[in-house]
Design a protein around this ligand. Sequence first.
Ligand code: HEM
Length: 400
Amino acid sequence: MALTVQGYKDALECLREQQLAQSLYDEGAVIMADVLLVLHGAEHRARRLLELKVFRRDFFRYYEQEVFPATLAQTIAPFVAAGAADLVDFGYRVTLNLTADFAGIDRPLRTTQETEHLRALVMSFSEGATLVHSTRNKEEVRAEVREALRDFDHSFYQPSLARRRDLLERLRRGEITQDDLPRDVLTVLAQNEDRIELPPELMMREIAFYLQAGSHSTANATTHAFHDLYSWAQVHPADGLRMRSDPLFQQRCVHESLRLHPASPVAWRKPICPMHLPTGQAVQPTDRVVIDLASANRDRTIFGADADVFNPHRVVSEGVPPWGLTFGVGVHTCLGRDLDGGVLPRPDCDPQTHQYGIVPLLVRTLFERGARPDPDKPPKAASHTERPNWGSYPVVLGQA
Ligand code: HEM
């Protein structure tokens, strides 16, 4: 039996409930079997603690301010030169560099062909992971994902792993220090291979999972945020100007968009034993608990009477994040949350050094390059998935 949980508070409590295990990715086991997001209990805790080493706030700020701008400038340059882009395509190209940096996948050539190769693989991994919502023939998608994993293993993963093992050997010999190692998940896993149970094939899929988890959600969030901010600025020109001059306000606008468009509209959980949900309903291990994140994020008792629409001036109650449940809550809370959404500003925050997040940075950069919807090519919804994502979003760039 499937039970749906809708209100914000009930959804929050269910996500925190330790007796509910992940179940949204059972269909996508071809890539997701036994990766971090689907583990439960002690096994999940041990792997998360290990991988968490890469996801620290000090590193996020450094990455956003020192590393990512160069990648972004390089990725956007050909689109600016062409005067046009498809935001979905641009989003994937730029964010797969981001997730490759965090996952630990080298791109030694830095050529357009290399990016294109990796992008095609990551798109396939995303389709595999979200198979539960696919509108395509599922066996066909699985076969494509298996092939993409073989290609990824040979073309990207093995060379990246070999370089890290070599560096770890040099560290052991005292030729380099811990600070000389790349800061990424693959390095952490390779350094702890003898301490955790991670067969080679699973370690490869864990990295493939990271690549897709970060790029798919960041690319979709960027396109949604561009659309929401642009549309709002059209009817509220003063806010449009403020988005350009006040990056803290611009970050607030992006958080409002994140609330309206959670990466997955639902989270699925299965009870590990007979239990009562926080709503009081009795459930069995054979039941499915569907946590409706999209409707929880539009709960009027929490976000106000206009919860269904974009309003960056909304006042959210203390303790409720402005993005609602979009990054999850509880043991599976997104590790990329602060990287992508940035840090919530405190009253005394310094706008010069504040960490705004990669999605606000991407949208700001698009606005600075004059991006606006292409009047001749309207955006289209994605047709290969039931998720409410954009399939294509053509924009023109440059002075209007
Ligand atoms: C706007 C962008 C993003 C959104 C909306 C998002 C959303 C989420 C959500 C909702 C979950 C929890 C799923 C559940 O409870 O069933 C999650 C987990 C996760 N996310 Fe993200 N994510 C984003 C970006 C990223 C990025 C950039 C990375 C990595 C570089 C990342 C890495 C992860 C990982 C590793 C987990 C699993 C954590 C665990 O199971 O312990 N995410 N994400």
